[in-house]
Write a protein that binds this ligand. Sequence first.
Ligand code: HEC
Length: 102
Amino acid sequence: MLVGVVGVSSAFAAVGDGAVVARSNACMGCHAVDRKLVGPSFKDIAAKYKGDAGAQVKLEKKVRDGGAGVWGAVPMPAHPRMSAGDVRDVVAWVLAGAPSAK
Ligand code: HEC
């Protein structure tokens, strides 16, 4: 039974980590889950790339290198000091619709 509980929580580990990564890297200073701030909402991003098999890789590069022109003229800064694992987790979390972040 204990094994079952651990199994369930680890299935959501990457997504949960993504929320922590977003909070600890100031992503939430420019993004909110469900409304536009400086950047698009994470739910809008998830909707835009729904069904796009290349989105994970493309957005990992975008978060790392920064850039503009997809949502408007305002650029997102680069995040060169984030680890590849953190970038992967946070992008997976955004593409999942940023669940359970208030
Ligand atoms: C200084 C403000 C700012 C910060 C900090 C910021 N972003 Fe952004 N982000 C933006 C803007 C502006 C855009 C829209 C860029 C565009 O139009 O191409 C954007 C776009 C995005 C996109 C969609 C990119 C695309 O090409 O569709 C993702 C995913 C994203 N941000 C994730 C993050 C994550 C994760 C972090 C934290 C590591 C973060 N952002 C931090 C401003 C910011």
